[in-house]
Each structure stands twice: as structure tokens, then as C-alpha cells.
Ligand binder design. Structure first.
Ligand SMILES: [Zn+2]
Length: 267
């Protein structure tokens, strides 16, 4: 996997929350152009806009709407996309404090920042979830991803819950995380992974009870949790699966003698 750099307010280079590329970021302030008194923001239907565009295309350029050039992006935006216009306008406008925009140099998509937190898009810090993650764990993992930018603390609590579900899938009882980690530890889990699981447990706990670790002050802690959950699945689910798949690719007459030997030593 390519290097991942957590999106951070004011940084000019980080992994894009849209395309995942480690790319240069342009920053912009947001300005508001107030509408007339009692006016509401316009929202055009996408089909309506497409129809108008087709009609306008047939006309002599001199007879087209003044914002004909903007119709393609009106259509794009009408699909619900939050995006920056490619057309410059110079109206009277007023700066919105504490709301800034970053734009990815690679895909040109924008992210919105409120204070120093990214509020759009709502994605986790780790774009890729391990493909062997079960549906139940994945649901919690994605939920954690959706709240990560606004509340790393909630993400940490959610990931602790994901670990609890994962432990149950790995043979634990699913009632007490500590007992389940002990159970796996007694059954040959490496000390390194025991530490990883306790880290996830402890950080998750501290995020819901006042403790010594402040996850909101240091989002990199919650960010690490996303990677660690993936690491646990990689080692305990993906690798055994790949090893077994490779083993089953061998001809049976080659496997049999080895399996016999293994069974003997296990007895
Ligand atoms: Zn991008």
C-alpha cells in the first residue's frame, strides 16, 4: 500500500480523502454571497438541467443563456456533489471564518474544514479495509471512519466495539474483551498481537471514560487504531487463509504424507 499521510488542517501535502493519492493540496478561504431578502437557495433537478442544456446547445450562441457555459457543472452539482465551481465570480462577498477548503491536485475534489477538523468528505483515515473483514466488523469500522474527522474519540470507541466483535469471531465469548484476549493468548496468539489487542482495548476504554489518553487532542492515536484492526485481521484471518489456499493447490498425493506426519506429531 502507498504511504498514507493523514489529512491535517493547513498541511500542503496529505493523502486525499477522495482519491487516496498522496497529493499536493491547495487551500482556499470560503466567501458567502448573500441572496436578496427572502430568497432561498436554488436547487435544480438534474433532468430539468440536462433538458435545458440540450435545448440551449441547439441555439445560436448569441441567443443562449448567459450562464450556458456553467450548465455542465450545474448538472454535475445537481447530482448532489459538493464541488468548487471552475468559473470565477467577483461579487460582493463576505469571508466565512473558520470554514476553509482544501483541493486535491490529483483529482481536484475538495474537502471542507470547520475549525481545524475536516467535516467533508466523511471518510476514515484508512481508506482500505482488509478484504477479509467480516460484515459485522466492517459496519463498525465504516461507522468509525465516518465520525473520525469530527470526533476521533467516537471513532476510537467504535473501533473498540469492532475489536469485541472480531474477538468473538475468532473464538472468544464476546462478553469480556480482556477474557477473550487471554483466551486467544492461551491458544498461541503471539505476544505482539496480544499487545496490539490490549492497545485497542485500552485506547477504546480511555475514549469513553476520562483517562490519561486524550484521543481528540491527538487524532493520530485513533488513526493508528484503524491500521491495527487491519493488522490483526491480516495476521489472524488473511494469512492463514492464503496459507491454506496455497496448501490446497498442491496435488493430494504430495499433501497426504505431510499431513500424516503432522497428525503424528500433534498426537
Ligand atoms: Zn484526490
Amino acid at each position: 500500500m502507498a504511504t498514507y499521510i493523514l489529512p491535517k488542517f493547513g498541511e500542503i501535502r496529505f493523502s486525499c480523502p477522495h482519491c487516496g493519492a498522496l497529493a499536493h493540496q491547495y487551500w482556499g478561504a470560503t466567501m458567502v454571497k448573500w441572496l436578496k431578502k427572502d430568497a432561498s437557495p436554488a436547487r435544480w433537478g438534474i433532468d430539468e438541467l440536462k433538458k435545458v442544456y440540450e435545448e440551449q446547445k441547439e441555439l445560436d450562441p448569441k441567443e443562449r443563456f448567459s450562464d450556458f457555459e456553467k450548465l455542465p457543472e450545474y448538472i454535475e452539482a445537481a447530482s448532489g456533489k459538493i464541488m468548487a465551481s471552475r468559473h470565477r465570480e467577483d461579487p460582493y462577498s463576505h469571508l466565512i471564518y473558520q470554514l476553509d477548503v482544501s483541493k486535491c491536485d490529483s483529482c481536484e475534489e475538495i474537502a471542507l474544514w470547520m475549525g481545524d477538523k475536516m467535516v467533508f468528505p466523511a471518510v476514515g483515515p484508512s481508506v482500505f479495509a482488509n478484504q477479509d473483514m467480516s460484515r459485522d466488523v466492517r459496519k463498525l469500522y465504516d461507522e468509525a471512519g465516518a465520525v473520525f474527522s469530527t470526533s476521533p474519540r467516537s471513532a476510537a470507541a467504535m473501533l473498540r466495539l469492532a475489536l469485541q466483535v472480531l474477538l468473538k469471531e475468532l473464538g472468544g465469548k464476546g462478553t469480556n474483551i480482556n477474557d477473550d484476549i487471554d483466551y486467544l493468548s492461551d491458544n498461541g496468539l503471539s505476544p505482539q498481537l496480544v499487545k496490539v489487542m490490549h492497545s485497542l482495548r485500552i485506547i477504546g476504554n480511555e475514549s469513553v471514560h476520562p483517562g490519561q489518553i486524550s484521543v481528540d487532542d491527538d487524532p493520530s492515536i485513533a488513526e493508528a487504531m484503524f491500521r491495527l484492526i487491519n493488522e490483526v485481521i491480516e495476521q489472524l484471518v488473511t494469512r492463514p487463509r492464503e496459507q491454506e489456499e496455497l496448501w490446497l493447490m498442491l496435488p493430494e498425493n504430495k499433501r497426504k504424507p505431510v499431513e500424516k506426519k503432522i497428525n503424528k506429531t500433534e498426537k
